[in-house]
Design a protein around this ligand. Sequence first.
Ligand SMILES: [Zn+2]
Length: 115
Amino acid sequence: MASAAPAAIKLQLDANLLEVTWQDGHVSRYAGSYLRKICPCAACVGHAPGEREPPSWKQVEGVRVTHVAAVGSYALKLTLSDAHASGIYSYDFLRRSCPSERPDVDDTGLPTLEL
Ligand SMILES: [Zn+2]
């Protein structure tokens, strides 16, 4: 089932966090570097699962979200500080990628292990 458009989307430039409040009240926070790491565009992940490795944490360290734009009612297009702007992050994908669902990152998507 497609995730409904979020109730609220807030880009916190100072904290470098994209905060998404979902219709069910769940709040997801995504650090810029995390969003860069999970970028779903073809250049990052290829056209088939497993075709390309995602960038390493070192490669995405310090990346910031500089601009957010809605794509229709189903996705966000993010502009990132490393000039990467081809990622279309569907709400389904973002909800699935909520850092709180992942064991390897903290609640904003920063790695919990040493780089
Ligand atoms: Zn990408």
